[in-house]
Design a protein around this ligand. Structure first.
Ligand code: NDP
Length: 267
């Protein structure tokens, strides 16, 4: 079982994608403080090694490109050779979007879907057999509030994040009896590098920090809430400030959401 009280310090093997910055790096600190064994993955290995040096305990740096699907089976085997099991796989890596539908090239849509949806599905399919064989495990899926409703300038990002909900709700239903659990995480605005790397319509990075993120929650606070939700065995958690209200409006009064979302500031 992965779910536990704060006093339970039994180490879990936790694999975090997108650990080289932002929420992923903050999650690494949070799990490390709880005595867990960590696998840190992303493309920027220098960042991962610098983070590993800051953390106590057993930390394994495993370079990974989510879009290099063929490498995922080998990555899983490498983790199993090192730790023997995967208790929690945190699908956190992602890139965002800042472009209108009419300005966005199809190649950019595909890139967003590959990183934000297919990459996590591919890694899940590679890791799932060993987790089932071990009697269970938890997928923690960092989606977004935009995984629950659409906003302007995020069409492909929102499509990919919605896709994560469809995939992992199906997986949850199919594998409940075999000990596989899922926590969907839907953050609002968090102060990370996400807007610098967000893709514009031609695929170039935006390169600037949006005001909403600059004024958003600190990644450390977001990570604290994520780990609390995992320990409580939550199926889904919404994390953010006032922007979380839109998720409830979209669910309870969709007509109102459709009016509001045309006008709200999303950057
Ligand atoms: P950051 O930009 O700080 O972190 C993104 C991480 O994803 C980096 O570690 C990056 O590592 C990794 N990544 C990007 N592309 C790839 C790839 N092809 N293969 C492997 N890793 C990749 O942003 P956040 O910390 O904010 O984002 C974390 C998650 O939170 C994302 O899924 C994002 O969508 C979600 N989120 C963030 C919100 C926010 O306001 N910040 C709001 C809602 C959701 P590297 O470049 O080294 O590969």
């Amino acid at each position: 079982m992965n779910d536990r009280t704060e006093n339970d310090k039994t180490p879990r093997v936790v694999w975090i994608t997108g650990a080289s910055s932002g929420i992923g790096a903050a999650l690494a600190h949070e799990f490390s403080a709880r005595n867990d064994l960590l696998v840190l993955s992303a493309r920027r290995v220098d960042r991962l090694e610098a983070l590993a040096a800051e953390l106590d305990g057993d930390v394994f740096v495993l370079p990974l490109d989510l879009t290099d699907f063929e490498s995922h089976a080998v990555a899983v085997k490498t983790v199993l050779d090192r730790f023997g099991r995967i208790d929690i796989l945190v699908h956190n890596a992602g890139i965002s979007q800042r472009s209108l539908v009419v300005d966005t090239e199809l190649s950019v849509v595909r890139r967003l879907v590959d990183v934000d949806l297919i990459g996590s599905i591919s890694l899940t399919q590679a890791a799932l057999p060993t987790m089932i064989e071990a009697g269970g495990g938890r997928f923690v899926v960092v989606s977004s509030l935009v995984g629950l409703f659409g906003t302007p300038k995020r069409s492909a990002y929102s499509a990919a994040k919605h896709g994560l909900h469809g995939y992992f709700e199906s997986l949850r239903a199919e594998l409940y009896g075999r000990g596989i659990r899922v926590t969907m995480v839907c953050p609002g605005f968090v102060r990370t590098e996400i807007t610098y790397h967000a893709l514009t319509g031609d695929g170039s990075e935006q390169g600037t920090l949006d005001r909403a993120q600059a004024e958003g929650m600190k990644p450390e606070e977001c990570a604290r809430r994520v780990v609390k939700a995992i320990d409580a065995g939550r199926a889904q958690v919404l994390i953010g400030g006032r922007e979380v209200a839109m998720a409830w409006i979209a669910r309870l009064a969709p007509w109102l959401y459709r009016r509001l979302i045309r006008r709200v500031a999303v950057t």
